[in-house]
Design a protein. Structure first.
Length: 127
């Protein structure tokens, strides 16, 4: 992992999990390898397993919520983020993620144009 060879690190984590499948930290490390390869669904599952094995592994919980967000699963991501936020109420990463997700879940999310005042129709004249 230190060398940034995420494929090799993934294989090493998978081999370790074959020998010791109940170590939460190894599932979390596997999740990071997959996350760095932008394999959001697989990474999210690894982080979910890590938190199922260790109910205090909040770092994996945050990454699980981030994976769900990357997949556009805003409802699920918000639920996960809020669950972990109860355990870590002062965590700014979780608070920011929740602030990002709430309007999307409520359907209040507007395209970026609206947020910068460009949500009006622009008509171009033909020459």
């Amino acid at each position: 992992m230190r060398a940034g060879d995420w494929t090799a690190a993934q294989k090493a984590c998978e081999a370790e999990l074959m020998r010791h499948p109940t170590i939460a930290k190894t599932h979390g490390l596997l999740g990071m390898c997959l996350y760095r390869q932008e394999k959001w669904a697989e990474a999210g599952e690894a982080f979910r397993r890590a938190t199922a094995l260790d109910h205090h592994f909040w770092e994996a919980g945050v990454k699980h919520a981030q994976c769900l967000t990357k997949l556009g699963k805003f409802d699920e991501a918000l639920k996960v983020a809020e669950e972990w936020h109860h355990l870590r109420p002062n965590d700014t990463a979780l608070a920011g993620l929740i602030d990002f997700l709430r309007p999307r879940v409520r359907g209040e999310y507007q395209r970026w144009e609206a947020t910068v005042g460009l949500n009006h129709t622009v008509h171009f004249t033909h020459e």
